[in-house]
Design a protein around this ligand. Structure first.
Ligand code: DX5
Ligand code: ZN
Length: 218
């Protein structure tokens, strides 16, 4: 059974409390929070004042995905939210090892995110130091985009790297997760599914979460 991390990006921002109540009631394991700065990605989502309000209302562990330049700079603010895991982009961190150390010293789990064009082998010498790899299965910046099919091969390659190095790193995917792609991703080795529009765009979002949660690996 995969862990499910619904992405708040597709929620109704005028009624966040309603959507957070749904998440709290649901079988979701985590809540995925997408921070965008308009520089690293061509969009701006929400920042720390909004996240502080969300953190107070949410009973699930927070899975923070920073699509921003120099993400390590914000480690204390993410820590102050009580976040479970802080994801930084490989492409945004010239001193990735140091950034991971900072996240761990702050008492959080460290996730490293790869854009669709970044090969998994760049993580070869750091995979044992990170708790999760987040593979972007769309180009980051927007919800509701189409899944990039090549991602299935990437998940398999990452799984091989994790097994070969005896690491315990989780594999998370983000973008275009739905009833068609999710079972194939889990079969390829994914541990954590992020889903935005598939969950929040539904009439019955709790049912969608439940359905994703029930996917079994053969
Ligand atoms: C996109 C974000 C995603 C987004 C996914 O850059 O990182 O978390 O919410 O949206 P869907 O699931 O609709 O593709
Ligand atoms: Zn995300």
């Amino acid at each position: 059974m995969p862990l499910i991390s619904p992405s708040l990006l597709s929620a109704d921002f005028a009624h966040l409390a309603k959507d957070l109540d749904m998440i709290n009631r649901s079988e979701a394991d985590w809540l995925h929070l997408d921070v965008m700065d308009g520089v690293f990605v061509p969009n701006i989502s929400f920042g720390f004042p909004v996240l502080e309000a969300v953190a107070k209302h949410c009973q699930k562990p927070l899975d923070v995905h920073l699509m921003i330049v120099d993400p390590g700079k914000f480690t204390p603010q993410v820590k102050a939210l009580g976040a479970h895991i802080m994801n930084v982009h490989y492409e945004a961190c010239p001193h990735l090892h140091r950034t991971i150390q900072q996240i761990h010293h702050a008492g959080m789990q460290a996730g490293v995110t790869l854009n669709p064009h970044t090969p998994v082998h760049v993580l070869e010498d750091i995979i044992q130091d990170i708790d999760m790899v987040l593979l972007m299965t769309v180009n980051p910046g927007f919800g509701g985009q189409q899944f990039i099919e090549h991602s299935i091969q990437k998940v398999k390659k990452l799984k091989e790297l994790i097994q070969r190095t005896g690491s315990h790193t989780l594999i998370q995917v983000d973008g275009g997760v739905n009833a068609d792609t999710a079972p194939r991703l889990v079969q390829a080795g994914v541990d954590v599914l992020v889903a935005g529009s598939y969950v929040f765009g539904a009439e019955q979002p709790e049912e969608r979460i439940k359905q994703l949660k029930q996917i079994q690996k053969n």
